[in-house]
Design a protein around this ligand. Sequence first.
Ligand code: 5RP
Length: 224
Amino acid sequence: MNAKQVAAYKAVEAVQAGMTVGLGTGSTAYFAIERLGALVRNGLQLQAVGSSLKTESLAREAGIPIVDFAEVRHIDLYIDGADEVDENFNLVKGGGGALVREKIVAFNSDTFIVIVDSSKQVQTLGAFPLPVEVVPFAANLTLRHLEKMGGKAALRQKEGRTFVSDNGNFIVDVQFGVIQDPVALNVAINVIPGVVESGLFPGTMVQRVLVGYDDGRVDVRVHA
Ligand code: 5RP
C-alpha cells in the first residue's frame, strides 16, 4: 500500500453503520471510496454524499448508496484529501477543482478527517497555488482583484480549454507565496464580488489529519 492508501484506509476505520458519510475528491479520497465500497459490498449499511460528480459516479460504481445533497440534513463524517496542510490544520484544497462542494460538505459535517501523504504537510501554506472558484461573468475582473491582493493569478486551463467546475464556474489559481494568515486571507478573498469560494479551509473545520507514509505508517494528528 502507498502513503495515500494507508491514510485513506485508516480514515475509513472511523466509519460506523448507519452513518451519512461525505466522500472527498482526488487520488487520496479515491482509496477511501474504494475501501468503503468493499465494506458496503460486505454488508455495511450507510449512505454517502459526494463532493463532486466524479466522486458520486465512482461511489455508485463501488456500490455505495449516494443520496442527493439537497435531501441531506446531517453528515456524520467527511473524509477528503488536501493539497497542503499547515501546523494549525489550515488547508489549501481545490487542486481537483471541487473546492466549493468540498467546503460545503466539510462545513456541514460533524467530523472532517483529512487524509494526506507526508508531502502535503507544510509549515506555512502557499507553495501550492490557491484555487479560487469565480463566476465566469466576472472572471477577468475578479482575477485582477486577486492580483491586487498580491497574488499572481491564472485562469485554470484543462486540455486547451478553460476549466469549468461542477457548478459551471471557473477556477483562478493564485500564487500568493507564503500565506501568513490563512483565516484572514480566506475572508478577504470571499468578500470580492464574483468570488464563489476560496480553497483556504480554516483549521477550525478540521478535526483530524491522517498522514500516510510509504512504509505503511500513519500519523494521526488530532485537533484539540
Ligand atoms: C480536490 C481536492 C483534493 O483533495 C486535493 O487536490 C488533493 O488531491 P490528491 O488527493 O489527488 O492529491 O481538493 O478539489
